[in-house]
Write a protein that binds this ligand. Structure first.
Ligand SMILES: NC(=O)c1ccc[n+]([C@@H]2O[C@H](COP(=O)([O-])OP(=O)(O)OC[C@H]3O[C@@H](n4cnc5c(N)ncnc54)[C@H](O)[C@@H]3O)[C@@H](O)[C@H]2O)c1
Ligand SMILES: O=C(O)[C@H](O)COP(=O)(O)O
Length: 537
């Protein structure tokens, strides 16, 4: 039974699949203090939050069982991603599920700001009738600057166009073609400042966007500009905004998000030209059902099939690439497990070489899978594809990826070397179309082994009778040999045997084998077969 803790206000309808699933137990506990959370988090496999629960490094120290943190929404700035990644906890979100809600809220703010609706309501609800006090401005034919042309920025642009506004958009990823298709003008931040009557912000809070709207940027704006921020507090410097409002440089601002939430800056909140909402952008029935449903379904698929669609702390790989890469992921896992078992000690350098078709593929997940496979040998369950790179760095290992390594005659080929000083182990493998994975190289030996769970690796002198001797010892112990492959560099020199066996062999068999004259090394190799899948539709 997987235990899921829900700490913010999350839609029960959206959580239905989790409630109804026999393998999951959902606990809803709102308004917990960090201390209370620290006390109980150890009992849970998954945590679902919105923006209110702050998932700190300290909290994660107690989260010994936690595998998934799900953000029922978009922004993950309330989650210590670095600590989660280090601990191998997958962080997922529900991108897109609240886009329309946040878009419509932005439009509502824009119109409210233009027509002073909240102020007019406040006055009218007190019994006043001040028709002259709330004269507004029109959106029609005005210029709207949109900073951040992602999902919400784009939807805002589409809707603002129906008000016949001229739209200027700034986003590092906004191409000329996309701007043209949307019927907007691509602009720089300075052009937006100079030309816009309204500016709305739709970026995440990053080191680049933090404090973007400061005194200097405000001074570049058109006098009487109106600002909307339904993205993240901190993009606008609140003290600079207040100066701008006081000087008249800014005619008004509509804020849904604040530097600190709940906000304490009363001078700003009570300014007559401010309108404010308490972070309501995503607060519609529809969006809340959608975000909760998306994360619930994803939590189920992570625990049931290891399949991840919207991980924040992992590379996102399309379903199509995912499918194509599946046999390579299996091969990568097998190569990593074999290499580290043969290397026996912890390496300080990892070299991965991809050639053939693999040069063209997105191999990020494959690389993670191999690194996970290597580290898991010594670090066991604490390693997964989420924290593999973190642990690599933490343990002082270096790695190198070569993507145009010489092709060994296979249509695809990958090779992993583990080294420390003069010690090195090299394993090469390929995926044969329709026939699955093959190990085709161990150190300098060419072989052709179909990886199985139980393997035996033997290094011996290349002389007559060795194969028979090994075979008869295994026979004596009733161990069936599935396949046997031999490889050698030179006749009469050193040779290897790789055998696949039907069952695990015991120490006494190894002991008997080691007594054979001419036998230099015997290694029992075991392959487990867990390959994580990451999807993104
Ligand atoms: N108020 C709310 O309740 C609410 C609801 C949903 C989303 N949000 C917030 O709205 C913001 C946008 O969400 P989204 O779903 O559209 O995200 P998104 O990822 O689809 O879009 C963000 C865009 O910002 C752009 N960007 C990043 N840095 C930039 C910069 N320096 N200058 C210009 N553009 C930059 C990115 O390229 C991207 O296109 C996020 O901060 C999100 O957390 C708030
Ligand atoms: O990032 C988001 O999804 C929004 O800011 C919404 O946050 P909320 O889920 O706390 O309303």
């Amino acid at each position: 039974m997987y235990k899921v803790l829900v700490t913010d206000s999350i839609s029960d309808i959206g959580l239905k699949k989790l409630y109804e699933h026999p393998e999951f137990f959902v606990d809803k506990k709102n308004n917990l203090t960090e201390l209370e959370l620290c006390e109980i988090i150890k009992d849970y496999d998954a945590l679902i939050v919105r923006s209110q629960t702050i998932v700190t490094k300290n909290l994660l120290e107690y989260a010994t069982r936690l595998r998934v943190i799900a953000r029922a929404g978009v922004g993950v700035d309330n989650i210590d991603l670095d600590s989660a990644t280090r601990k191998g906890i997958i962080v997922i979100n529900a991108p897109g599920a609240n886009t329309i809600a946040a878009t419509e809220h932005t439009l509502a703010m824009l119109l409210s700001l233009a027509r002073k609706i909240p102020h007019a309501y406040q006055s009218t609800s007190k019994g006043e009738w001040k028709r002259g006090s709330f004269k507004g401005v029109e959106l029609y034919e005005k210029t709207l600057g949109i900073v951040g042309m992602g999902k919400i920025g784009t939807e805002v642009a589409k809707r603002a166009k129906s008000f016949q506004m001229k739209i200027l958009g700034f986003d590092p990823y906004l191409s000329d073609e996309r701007a043209k298709k949307l019927g907007i003008t691509k602009a720089s931040l300075d052009e937006i400042a100079k030309q816009s009557d309204f500016i709305t912000f739709h970026t995440p809070l990053t080191p680049e966007t933090k404090g973007l709207v400061n005194d200097e940027y405000i001074s570049k704006m058109k006098k009487g500009v109106r600002l909307v921020n339904c993205a993240r507090g901190g993009i606008i410097v609140e003290s600079a905004l207040l100066h701008g409002l006081q000087s008249g440089q800014i005619a008004g601002a509509a804020l849904d998000v604040f530097e600190q939430e709940p906000p304490t800056n009363l001078d700003l909140l009570q300014h007559p030209n401010i309108i404010a909402t308490p972070h309501l952008g995503a607060s519609t029935e529809e969006a809340q059902e959608k975000v909760a449903k998306e994360v619930s379904e994803e939590i189920i698929s992570i625990f049931e099939t290891n399949s991840i669609r919207h991980a924040i702390n992992m590379p996102q790989i399309s379903g199509e690439i995912q499918k194509k890469m599946k046999p390579f992921l299996e091969l990568g896992e097998q190569i990593a497990q074999l290499a580290i078992q043969l290397f026996k000690q912890a390496p300080n350098k990892i070299d991965i070489r991809y050639s053939g078709e693999l040069i063209e593929e997105d191999t990020s997940l494959l690389t993670r899978t191999m690194i996970k496979g290597i580290l898991a040998y010594h670090l066991s369950d604490s390693v997964n594809i989420i924290n593999a790179f973190h642990l690599l760095k933490e343990h002082g290992l270096t790695y190198n990826i070569e993507k145009n390594a010489p092709n060994k005659g296979f249509s695809n080929y990958m090779e992993l070397s583990l080294s420390k000083g003069n010690e090195i182990v090299v394993i090469g493998g390929t995926v044969l179309n329709g026939y699955g994975t093959r190990i085709v190289k161990i150190n300098n030996y060419r072989i052709d082994v179909k990886p199985e769970q139980h393997l035996l690796y033997i290094k011996h002198e290349d002389r007559p009778g060795m194969i028979g001797l090994v075979g008869s010892i295994l026979g004596d112990y009733h161990i069936n040999i599935g396949t046997m492959q031999v490889g050698r560099e030179t006749i009469g020199g050193e040779a290897i045997m790789v055998l696949t066996l039907d069952k695990k062999i015991d120490d006494d068999v190894i002991y008997s084998l080691k007594l054979l004259n001419g036998l230099e090394e015997v290694d029992v190799l075991e392959l487990s077969k867990e390959v994580a899948v990451v999807e993104n539709y």
